[in-house]
Design a protein around this ligand. Structure first.
Ligand SMILES: [Zn+2]
Length: 411
């Protein structure tokens, strides 16, 4: 009778990096406080003891006292601007309204002027500075829109600047062509001519040059009406763009129902979402609701998107900054999470979903971004937060201490 051999401990496998000692790794295995990472991907999340028993790490990060969260994903930003509009902010304090500000040379057309005057190198430097601000606040992936060029040449320059700035900073970017942001001044007398230009020249050229994966339109009074939005979006869809839509920010013009009909990736704002729009989103459950709660704060708007009703109807959603110089001058998703909790009544877990996996799903990145499960990209942030309930509880301060993209720390 042979004696049974004593069980041998299982062989340890190599891993590039072990992150240990955290106050918790959120959004993954219950009770996990450590991450094992190789080749830029998450190998495993678990307790430090479990992971040390399984892996021999080449490098380690002691994250003592910090909370581990997936790298933030900002699914709605306008970073391709060359100058802020702080002067305008003073005019608003004096009581000037939107039209009076425009008459003084402010508003979106002033951003267009600045982008047109900037060289591609100068614009790239501005976008890179914006991406670095976003990264300091934990954003590792973003959607980045053009939309302050409003001519083929200047939209192309804006999108090239976005890609060059992404390469320079390590920001992971999905670019969106928002040439239908506003009718530029030179076409104010003949907006149909600009729509022709969008559909016949700008959208095809941008697609041909692979400068943007999605197209976006601002459907609103003073921007594009529903018929123009339909023509632009149908053309974009025909050309193979994903569709994203700004709708129901101040007036419910039917843009939400159009977004659902055309199977857009997302329809964003929704501060004045109609019952019919909500019903269309609830029937679809595929088109993401883009929640931008810092905007009504910034604009002193009384209306908020009906986030609780959307979530109750199981509409997929994300929370984003809408970072731009005119209506939301914050690059911080923790700040957006704060406004989501205050104004939209989201829980901390719902806010986290909104700035991570919900956002990734809206960009078609739900299999690789926004979670710290095995096989996902090792994009993560270490935050000075005692627990998840503190996400968005404090405001006006940055909880993000360290930022990692594909397992490498951004410095
Ligand atoms: Zn926007």
């Amino acid at each position: 009778m042979s004696e049974a051999a004593p069980p041998r401990p299982p062989e340890k496998g190599p891993c590039d990096l072990l992150v240990h000692g955290t106050g918790g790794i959120m959004g993954t295995v219950e009770g996990a406080d450590a991450l094992a990472i190789s080749d830029g991907k998450v190998l495993a999340a678990g307790t430090e003891a479990e992971l040390r028993a399984r892996y021999e790490p080449a490098h380690q990060v002691d994250a003592h006292g910090l909370l581990g969260l997936p790298g933030f994903v900002d699914a709605h930003t306008h970073p391709a601007f060359a100058a802020g509009r702080a002067q305008e902010f003073d005019w608003r304090a004096e009581g000037l309204d939107y039209l009076e500000i425009a008459a003084r040379g402010g508003g979106i057309h002033s951003s267009v002027r600045a982008v047109r005057e900037a060289s591609e190198e100068e614009l790239t430097a501005c976008v890179a500075a914006h991406f670095r601000r976003m990264q300091r606040h934990g954003t590792t992936t973003c959607e980045a829109k053009s939309g302050y060029g409003l001519s083929l040449e200047d939209e192309r320059k804006s999108l090239r600047a976005i890609h060059a700035a992404a390469a320079a900073t390590g920001m992971q970017v999905r670019a969106t062509c928002l040439a239908a942001h506003m009718v530029p001044l030179e076409h104010q007398e003949s907006p149909d001519r600009y729509l022709d230009l969008l559909c016949e020249e700008i959208l095809p050229a941008i697609r041909e040059e692979q400068l943007a994966e999605a197209a976006d339109v601002f459907i609103e009074q003073g921007a594009f009406d529903l018929a123009a939005g339909r023509r632009y979006l149908e053309r974009a869809k025909e050309l193979g763009y994903g569709l994203r839509v700004h709708a129901d920010q101040f007036h419910a013009l039917g843009g939400v129902q159009l977004a659902v009909e055309l199977e857009a990736e997302s329809v964003d704002h929704l501060e004045v979402l109609s019952d019919a729009g909500l019903e269309a989103l609830a029937m679809s459950r595929k088109v993401h609701a883009g929640l931008l709660p810092a905007v009504p704060h910034f604009l002193r708007q009384a209306d908020d998107a009906p986030a609780r009703r959307l979530i109750a109807a199981e509409v997929p959603y994300f929370v984003a900054t809408d970072f731009n110089p005119g209506s939301s001058y914050t690059a911080s998703l923790p700040e957006a999470a704060h406004f989501a909790r205050i104004r939209l009544r989201l829980s901390s877990a719902e806010a986290l979903h909104g700035i991570t996996h919900g956002a990734a799903c809206s960009l078609g990145l739900g299999q690789t971004k926004g979670r710290l499960d095995p096989g996902f990209d090792a994009d993560f942030v270490l935050c000075e937060l005692p627990d998840l309930a503190h996400l968005g509880y404090g405001f006006g301060e940055n909880p993000v201490q360290r930022v990692f993209v594909a397992g490498r720390e951004l410095r």
